[in-house]
Design a protein around this ligand. Structure first.
Ligand SMILES: [Zn+2]
Length: 109
């Protein structure tokens, strides 16, 4: 096994994808190759950090997602929101009065 093959095999081993025979070939190479032993330490450290690092809060996308979503219009007879073709379920919520629960359409950017 050469260094490139060993490093590829070590990467697989770090992901739990090396069987006992592959691990034995890795160990045999590592016995005589300090450069790959160093690579293995670094790769293990990077893998551990990637798996255990805290994930910070991402950007707040709620307003963008909600703003981009299509808004159904009620369309019920007498609905103050105006005419339209609401999906099933929406029409039932329309009281046909100023208390209609169908949200107003918001302008898209
Ligand atoms: Zn090597």
């Amino acid at each position: 096994m050469d260094c490139d093959g060993c490093r590829e095999a070590m990467s697989a081993a770090l992901d739990g994808e090396a069987d006992a025979a592959e691990q034995a070939r890795i160990d045999a190479h590592l016995d005589g190759c300090p450069a790959c032993r160093s690579w293995q330490r670094d790769a293990a450290l990077v893998t551990r950090h990637a798996r255990t690092a805290a994930v910070g809060a991402g950007p707040d996308l709620v307003d963008r997602v909600v703003g981009a979503a299509p808004r159904p219009r009620c369309g019920g007879a007498g609905c103050p929101r105006g005419p339209g073709s609401p999906p099933s379920g929406w029409r039932r919520r329309c009281s046909g009065s100023s208390r209609c629960s169908v949200p107003r359409r918001t302008p898209t950017r």
